[in-house]
Design a protein around this ligand. Sequence first.
Ligand SMILES: [Zn+2]
Length: 202
Amino acid sequence: MAGVYPESLSRLIAELEKLPGVGARTAERLALHLLKADEEEAMALARAIRDLKRNTRHCSICCNVTESDPCPICADPRRVHSVICVVEQPRDLIAIEGTGAFRAVYHALMGRIAPLEGVHPENLTIDRLIQRVKQTRPKEVILYTNPDYEGDLTAHHLAKALRPLGVRVSLPARGIPTGSQIEYSTESMLRDALEGRTELAT
Ligand SMILES: [Zn+2]
């Protein structure tokens, strides 16, 4: 289908199609929408993408997406820096921040261990977490991975790596039903899970 369009339109369709959840038909519809849109509207999207890539980076402490390094959470002296909540992705961090109930700090793994998809511990920011725990000696690390097979696998791997460092390792209460993702959980579910967290039995 894309072949019948002029080169620049085919190229845009091909780029949009690479986005998660965008199939060939949606990519085509979006591209045709941008073709019809006035120049200012289309260029605003182009600029937003350019600025996103130019201005954001990962926090050198917690790996959260940020425009300043350290990120505003790591730089906030009113936060409890001795409790680190480990999440898979920055979007999980945003979901937990949305509850307003968590006043400590985070670590984003930038994924989860998924051997079938070729994601191994060394592909995540686990080394950085271990270094951080060794250097800053927090009191507690909460393993708030998603309640599914890969999330549990990741938490298990982290618990094994963290325990010898003498830090308390805890898991959120399983208020979230197995298989439901953090980013789709309600604020009260996330808050209850954090408040009801329990230390991992050794
Ligand atoms: Zn940070």
